[in-house]
Design a protein around this ligand. Structure first.
Ligand SMILES: *Cc1c(COP(=O)(O)O)cnc(C)c1O
Length: 420
């Protein structure tokens, strides 16, 4: 459920008509709803209520905007970060270091140092090599780094191949087969407080079964590790819950997820960490765009050319992803169109043969479900500058990320004098 709806025939974000944001801030622009973010955070929290010892760490990569992180902090969430840049953002939003989990296969030495210096709550180690390096850095500081070992359970998450992370051929985690051996080696290191295991099998999961399978494998591993004398006190279950991108699609609810987790982890007796991203932010944002013009197609439907492009919202070009596309002031008439951006690539196509609201040059429309993996994946390709972001709260709104003009990006470049 979200707070983007028609009121008197005009699409609103909460109580703000979207045309007002377009007029004041320009387009394209991402628009987030505070009420929706809070609602999703509370529903997720509620679903996990029976689990007493836990941390819910918002996956910062899904939407790293500072204002969004601030909302998460106020809801009692920690942060799951995958880079030094995200770590700095989480801290800037006021998230306590103890509530920050650092994941990712390629943490550099300086990123590991940063995490140690800031005293973050947990490193999820993805390789023996990383574990040794972290231990060495921590020891040099006379501390022990709190850590979990990320396991690759070799489970097919049944999602898009580019966002599957728990298959044997993926780069993430330690293969289950080698987990006992690597765990035993790392557990001996003075600089590590190795206290458990972590999994994250992929994103946009439409089915709980792969998760349950992964958790079952993890449960077996926990028992084996305990039998080998390791004190397993912490387990990180990752994120991955999917959201509907098409009106009418049904996904497992946070409540169903919570019930499955309770069942799967019933006798683990551990502190659990959760890393939801998309399920919190996905439906809490839209990308507001204006139709530049409508061009007659060759043999096919007309091209509705909008002022947003693949550099602003990459998911359709990257994953062939679907985003519902609706008019801000629908007339009740419909058309079938190819929805495209202005970028000079055929990949800059948001939808083909899409049945949608009838639109004309100058009309406003939105791509829905753009709150996660939207603005954060933006680039300045075709020298288009970076898209702005707005947060709505009831009948007010604020620009929470300025549009970065193409000129500002060019200002950071220079021609060496030997080329002048
Ligand atoms: C991306 C990611 C998440 C969040 O995934 P969602 O599908 O957005 O919930 C959580 N944990 C890790 C390690 C990730 O890489």
């Amino acid at each position: 459920m979200d707070y983007f709806a028609l009121k008197d025939g005009v699409l609103h974000a909460e109580d703000v008509p979207l045309w007002r944001i377009a007029e004041e801030v320009g387009t394209p622009v991402y628009v987030y709803s505070r009420a929706t973010l809070e609602r999703h955070a509370r529903v997720f929290n509620e679903a996990l209520k029976p689990i007493e010892r836990k941390l819910i760490a918002f996956a910062v990569k899904s939407n790293p905007n500072l204002a969004v992180l601030k909302i998460m902090q106020r809801e009692g969430f920690g942060a799951d970060v995958v880079s030094g840049g995200e770590l700095v953002r989480a801290l800037a939003a006021g998230i306590a270091p103890e509530m920050i989990v650092f994941s990712g296969v390629g943490k550099t030495r300086s990123e590991l140092e940063l995490g140690l210096e800031k005293g973050i709550g947990q490193f999820n180690i993805e390789s023996r090599e990383e574990g040794r390096e972290l231990a060495e850095l921590a020891e040099a500081r006379g501390i022990r780094a709190p850590a979990c070992l990320r396991i690759n359970p070799d489970v097919d998450a049944g999602t898009h191949e580019k966002i599957s992370t728990g298959k044997a051929e993926n780069k993430f985690g330690i293969p289950l087969m080698r987990a006992r051996e690597v765990y035993a080696e790392l557990a001996q290191l003075e600089g590590l407080d190795l206290r458990g295991v972590a999994v994250h099998i992929g994103s946009q999961l439409g089915d709980l079964e792969p998760l349950e399978t992964a958790f079952a494998k993890l449960g077996k591993l926990i028992a084996d590790l305990r039998a080998a004398g390791h004190a397993i006190t912490h387990v990180d279950l990752g994120g991955g819950l999917g959201v509907p991108y098409k009106a009418g699609e049904v996904f497992p609810s946070p409540a169903e997820y919570g019930a499955m987790v309770s069942r799967a982890t019933r006798d683990w007796d551990v502190h659990l960490t959760f890393e939801p991203g998309r399920v919190i932010a996905g439906n809490a944002g839209v990308l507001l765009t204006r139709v530049v013009r409508v061009k007659r197609g060759g043999n096919g439907p007309p091209f509705v050319i909008v002022d947003a492009a693949m550099n602003d919202l990459a998911r359709p070009a990257l994953y062939g992803a679907w985003h519902d596309f609706v008019a801000v002031k629908p007339t009740g008439e419909y058309m079938t169109a190819n929805i495209v951006g202005p970028i000079c690539e055929t990949g800059d196509t948001f939808a083909r043969d899409r049945h949608c609201d009838a639109l004309q040059s100058g009309d406003l429309a939105v791509f829905r479900t753009a709150g996660a993996y939207g603005a954060t994946m933006a680039s300045s390709y075709n020298s288009r500058g970076f898209v702005a972001e707005v947060l709505v709260d009831g009948d007010r709104f604020a620009v929470v990320a300025d549009r970065i003009a193409a000129q500002a990006i060019m200002d950071a470049e220079r021609v060496p004098e030997w080329l002048e």
